[in-house]
Design a protein around this ligand. Structure first.
Ligand SMILES: Cc1cc2nc3c(=O)[nH]c(=O)nc-3n(C[C@H](O)[C@H](O)[C@H](O)COP(=O)(O)OP(=O)(O)OC[C@H]3O[C@@H](n4cnc5c(N)ncnc54)[C@H](O)[C@@H]3O)c2cc1C
Length: 359
């Protein structure tokens, strides 16, 4: 029997453990991590996400497209068939301001994503159908919103039902410690997000860095996901509003590489509220889902996205043949989680078939 430690219990580790066990029910899998769903800590990214599916892959990045496509299909399926997952289907509309469109200097194709033919109901919204004076382009499709606390608990439950085990551990300092966690596991999957390259013994020629995000969890409900990009003089800010399945919404956001402060930017909070009310007026309309007449903040979320120059790393470590990396999801760990898990399965499958051929 092959035994595996999945190191990390964020959306990536939990989903990878599920994909591995579904592929081969004989694998003995332990998920070992310092934080588990329910914990809130700035070094643990997954609880702070929005989250929705809106792939960031470029037209050329076929590998990331493949990873993200599995996520879209899986989340649409969960939304339709399993209410326990906390995922639901909502229209997802992106607006680009006149300023943003002018900055593209006529290259409008840049606003049309690679997934236009892979998702349901993709449409470009013509300027005369856009209800905002300062916006000149929009796109829309049938998307999903993942209610993060519910979905993370669901992943824990799925792992339990499949027979995977859990072990809460102190932060490990050297990657070799992961091999002492259970009875000498054959493989360790490094799904430690922001922690991945802080562990001694893990070497990566590419740079890993965090990108700060700030969102507001509010009582007000919206009817669909809306994002607006292109606020003059504020290139690291955008607006997104995502309605959560259990009521309320997430309002974001910002994208700040190198900013490690865990403090709320109060001026950003004020700008987010102003923008949300302008572009999604139903948020403060009591006739819509009994909304309050002003934005009621339940919590300000500060989270750090685990970015890696060159993107996700899924491969066998060149030095430790028992170590498979599974990190660097950046701003897309939810949408990419299923595809990442399946890619780890492919890597392990290859490893095990090499081993067999040597015996
Ligand atoms: C504001 C914000 C909005 C976002 N919105 C979206 C969105 O809409 N859609 C989307 O797809 N993604 C979104 N993301 C990105 C997504 O949240 C991340 O990509 C994802 O959560 C990364 O998951 P992970 O499992 O790799 O890391 P984490 O969730 O950070 O999990 C890491 C795990 O490893 C453990 N660990 C780390 N180091 C050690 C160690 N040394 N020893 C033991 N355990 C260790 C931790 O305790 C934890 O269990 C958003 C992120 C932010 C911050």
């Amino acid at each position: 029997m092959v035994s595996i430690v999945v190191l990390g219990a964020g959306v990536v580790g939990l989903t990878t453990a599920i994909e591995l066990k579904k592929w081969n029910p004989n694998l003995e899998i332990t998920i070992a991590a310092h934080h588990f769903p329910g914990d809130l800590d700035s070094s643990y990214t997954s609880p702070w996400a929005g989250a929705n599916w809106q792939s960031f892959a470029t037209g050329q990045d076929v590998e990331l497209q493949k990873i993200d496509r599995s996520g879209y299909d899986k989340f649409m399926q969960l939304a339709a068939n399993d209410p326990r997952a906390g995922v639901w289907i909502v229209d997802n509309t992106s607006y680009y301001t006149k300023y943003e469109v002018a900055s593209a200097k006529g290259n409008l194709q840049g606003f049309i994503p690679w997934y236009r033919d892979s998702v349901k109901g993709f449409k470009v919204i013509e300027e005369d159908k856009i209800p905002f004076d300062d916006v000149s382009l929009g796109t829309t499709f049938k998307g999903v919103v993942i209610t993060v606390p519910i979905y993370l608990s669901y992943l824990v439950q799925q792992n339990k039902e499949l027979g995977n085990r859990f072990q809460k551990i102190p932060l490990i300092k050297h990657i070799k410690e992961a091999r002492t966690l259970t009875n000498d596991p054959d493989y360790v999957i490094n799904a430690t997000g922001l922690g991945a390259t802080k562990i001694s013994g893990v070497e990566d020629r590419k740079e890993n860095f965090s990108v700060k995000g700030q969102t507001l969890l509010v009582e007000n409900s919206a009817d669909s996901t809306i994002s607006v990009q292109g606020f003059p003089g504020l290139p690291d800010e955008m607006l997104y509003v995502m309605p959560r399945r259990d009521g309320g919404s997430i309002i974001g956001g910002c994208f700040r590489p190198g900013d490690e402060s865990v403090e709320e930017d109060k001026e950003l909070t004020a700008r987010l509220i102003r923008r949300a009310v302008k572009y999604v007026p139903s948020l403060i309309n009591p006739k819509f889902k009994n909304n309050p007449t002003k934005i009621e903040i339940k919590r300000v979320n500060i989270g750090f996205r685990p970015f890696r120059e060159d993107g996700i790393r899924i491969e066998v470590d060149p030095k430790y043949k028992w170590l498979i990396h599974d990190y660097g999801a950046g701003a897309g760990g939810y949408q990419g989680s299923v595809g990442m898990g399946r890619k780890v399965v492919e890597v392990l499958q290859k490893e095990l078939s090499h081993l067999k051929s040597k015996i």
